[in-house]
Design a binder for this molecule. Structure first.
Ligand SMILES: *Cc1c(COP(=O)(O)O)cnc(C)c1O
Length: 397
């Protein structure tokens, strides 16, 4: 039985704020502050360069990788942390393409996050071998997996609508067609039960600053299935992915297994915060998290549909087909979100017309969901969004 009262007490949520944006940046775990201060004072401050050994800094990317492995159903020893998600997408895609030298198509969908598609474009250019990035609508992915496809590059949960792909089914289809799979778990890790090993995923990547609450700029993770671990090609062949980084050899030799997916110096201070954030997940049962998330999102949808007839549900109605977020569309979405934020209810807006709300059981309960829905209803009924100050766009939306 997961105690969500205890997990809730583990976070700092500012007074008067209802936070429905943990799908974009998780809130501060209280323990992260002290953990980071400790790492600075006792490790960096006192140990200086000896911290790499004495404080185990060099082993962090693997150690934390094992803790994330549990949350995504990966085998221990096959997840490593580092860099940002965009970089991990590039690495996974490059390694996957290298496994299918005779094929030229990378299949993705229009619900994928643009950075994944941009990284694919850049990699295609760098390879210069005439690969094609084929982007179909999310509904058409299954049928588009043909024997031309080298790699499927799919994000399990759509960042705009929350639509959830069937990872197991698509992976099986890809394998039947001879394709390699790269799964992006940005909106899955910490949002719902994920089982990359059971699904048979070849590669998976994700970030830790969304549902995992690792903090802004927290490092990303990459998973390589054990059957590929010793063969995967490390396109970003940095020294810490070398078999013997401190031998300072002239030429590159890939490290053992997942080690080769490391690139350069790990972000030690950021990992201190992330490690504290992962402590909160100890004892959290992902099935309990999922049912709570569905309860919260169903409640929100019911309240909004009853009170706000002009807001159109943009997420799948069936909760089984959604991640842990709910979206509505409205032409004035940006101003509506700004009016909500002014009332302490933080959701976000995604162009062109999506209002997005994340439901995170670790620190949200039904009371907050009801209150947030009431604020949104008031904003809509009174047209409170229709003010100049709510229409001015900031750099980050
Ligand atoms: C959030 C997100 C990213 C962000 O990538 P960064 O390199 O961490 O900025 C990339 N892909 C997907 C699918 C995302 O949801």
């Amino acid at each position: 039985m997961t105690d969500f009262t205890a997990t809730r007490a583990a976070f700092h949520i500012p007074e008067g704020v209802i936070y429905l944006d943990g799908n974009s940046l998780g809130p501060l775990p209280r323990a992260a502050e002290a953990a980071m201060a400790r790492a600075m004072r006792d490790e960096w401050g006192e140990m200086l360069i000896t911290g790499w050994n004495r404080a185990g800094w060099m082993a962090q990317p693997r150690g934390i990788g094992d803790r994330i492995a549990r949350l995504i159903g990966a085998e221990a020893g096959h997840v490593v942390l580092g860099d940002t998600l965009s970089i991990k997408v590039y690495q996974a895609l490059a390694a996957a393409l290298d496994m299918r030298p005779d094929r030229r198509v990378i299949l993705s969908d229009s619900g994928n996050f643009p950075s994944d598609l941009y990284m694919a474009e850049g990699l295609i250019r760098a390879l210069g071998r005439g690969h094609e990035l084929r982007v179909v609508s999310p509904e058409d992915v299954a049928d588009a997996i043909t024997e031309e496809v080298a790699v499927t590059l799919i994000t399990e949960v759509d960042y705009r609508t929350g639509r959830l792909h069937d990872m197991k089914d698509l992976t099986a289809r890809a394998h039947a067609a001879g394709a390699v799979t790269v799964w992006d778990l940005a909106h899955s890790a910490g949002a719902l039960p994920v089982d990359v090993a059971v699904a048979g995923a070849d590669f998976a990547v994700g970030c830790t600053y969304k549902y995992l609450n690792g903090g802004p700029g927290a490092p990303a993770f990459i998973y390589v299935a054990p059957r590929h671990a010793e063969a995967a090609f490390p396109a970003l062949s940095g020294w810490l992915g070398h078999d013997a980084p401190f031998a300072f050899e002239q030429g590159y030799r890939p490290g053992a297994g997942i080690e080769r997916m490391r690139v350069g110096t790990p972000p030690v201070l950021a990992m201190a915060a992330l490690s504290a954030a992962l402590d909160v997940w100890e004892g959290v049962d992902m099935a309990a998290l999922r049912s709570r998330s569905i309860e919260l999102s169903e409640l929100f949808i019911a309240e909004i549909e009853a009170a706000c007839p002009t807001l159109q549900l943009a997420s799948p109605r069936d909760p089984v087909r959604r991640g842990s977020q709910v979206s509505f569309c409205h032409a004035e979405g940006y101003a509506i979100i700004q009016a909500l934020i002014a009332r302490g209810v933080i959701g976000d807006f995604r162009a062109p017309d999506i209002l997005r709300f994340g439901f995170t059981p670790l620190y949200l309960g039904t009371d907050e969901v009801r209150t947030a829905a009431r604020h949104l209803a008031e904003v809509m009924a009174g047209r409170l969004w229709d003010r100049p100050e709510h229409r001015t766009r900031a750099a980050v939306t």
